[in-house]
Design a protein around this ligand. Structure first.
Ligand SMILES: NC(=O)CC[C@H](N)C(=O)O
Length: 356
């Protein structure tokens, strides 16, 4: 049936809606530029409450398999695409794109002029949107920018892997690939729900990883002092939201980019090695460079396209952070070595008395 994409600025785009319900769907609209990787995007908890526009014009051609999920279910609020194919072909595929999202009751609006929508988002910024089965002149798009982490964090401690190094993975909505990257490097990993961060000391970890997650990092301001204490006590790596939370907990500030970075070929410069590498990214917020002056955090990585901060290092503590996704999935694994660098920090400090 016909469907309509209403944006917060009043513009309306017409397409075909695949959704059983007649209810309006609201969310923040953002766009992802990778040519592949739709399954990982759908299931990445950082996309909670967001409506994702895929810029690649043909989506679904390799179907959906049972191994590439980044969490237990799709997390996006809805998807906006040009052509949605059910004619998939891949030896591992189990469902079509459409079957999978229908199973979870997630709307797809297709045959939308995605190029026009993305141009609009690039000039006006990520904004609220409504997907509606009616050309509803009264549509008032709204979006949730907070609370997402509380919806996706786990509810109990869980343990994975059997290695000698024990890493506490603080779960703000972690991607499975982050856990896998640690387990594959011989770590025992305990995932710690947001509300159980006070259990970290009891676990006696050798290192801590602060995960990715949805929404505005400021939503977690009541946890900043607890986060600062944890990351000042153990060798730490922060990824995406985790990176932002480390910066905020040391007193730096974040801001929202006009339309964010979501894709698989985002170039990042490493000031330490003087090298550029391609990264997978999915974020709206960035750390404000000037706000780092009052902290002991220093810029380690920045984005080649817009000079925004892409990662930090602490001048005295073993803390490294990445705004990009070294675990990839989707996208290049060129920056996976950051996990090795983190584990070197862990090895170098293993058994030492804490820093605080
Ligand atoms: N992938 C993430 O962790 C995203 C971080 C944060 N929600 C942002 O959009 O900037």
């Amino acid at each position: 049936m016909k469907g309509y994409l209403h944006l917060e600025d009043g513009s309306v785009y017409t397409g075909e809606l695949e959704h059983g319900s007649t209810q309006d769907i609201n969310g923040e609209i953002v766009f992802f530029t990778g040519m592949t990787g739709y399954q990982e995007v759908l299931t990445d908890p950082s996309y909670k409450n967001q409506i994702v526009v895929f810029t690649y014009p043909l989506i679904g051609n390799y179907g959906i398999n049972i191994t590439d999920d980044e969490s237990k279910q799709p997390q996006v609020k809805a998807v906006v695409i040009y052509e949605c194919t059910s004619a998939y072909s891949h030896y591992e595929a189990q469902y079509s794109f459409k079957e999978y999202l229908q199973k979870w009751n997630i709307p797809i609006i297709h045959h939308i002029d995605t190029r026009a929508v993305v141009k609009k988002i690039r000039s006006h910024g990520s904004m609220a949107a409504t997907i509606s089965p009616t050309l509803n002149q009264e549509a008032k798009p709204c979006a949730i920018y907070e609370d997402g982490v509380f919806e996706v964090t786990s509810s109990k401690l869980e343990s994975y892997g059997e290695g000698e190094k024990h890493i506490a993975l603080i779960d703000f909505g972690y991607k499975k690939s982050i856990l896998t990257a640690l387990v594959n490097r011989g770590c025992k990993v305990t995932t710690v729900p947001l509300k159980m961060m006070d259990k970290v000391a009891e676990l006696k970890p050798d290192g801590v990883l602060l995960s990715n997650g949805p929404g505005d990092p400021e939503q977690l301001s009541s946890y900043f002092s607890q986060i600062k204490e944890i990351v000042s006590t153990y060798p730490t790596i922060g990824i995406c939201l985790g990176h932002q939370l480390i910066a905020l907990s040391f007193g730096a500030k974040t801001k929202k980019l006009l339309f964010g970075h979501r894709g698989a070929n985002q170039p990042v410069y490493d000031l330490k090695t003087d090298k550029v590498f391609m990264t997978s990214q999915n974020h709206s917020y960035v750390v404000i460079g000037d706000s780092l002056k009052a902290t002991d955090l220093k810029t380690r990585f920045y984005h080649i396209n817009d000079d925004s901060i892409e990662g930090l290092a602490h001048s005295t503590l073993p803390i490294i952070t990445a705004q990009f996704h070294p675990e990839a999935h989707p996208g290049p694994s060129d920056s996976e070595w950051i996990f090795d660098e983190f584990l070197d920090l862990v090895a170098a400090t293993k058994g030492d008395i804490l820093y605080v």
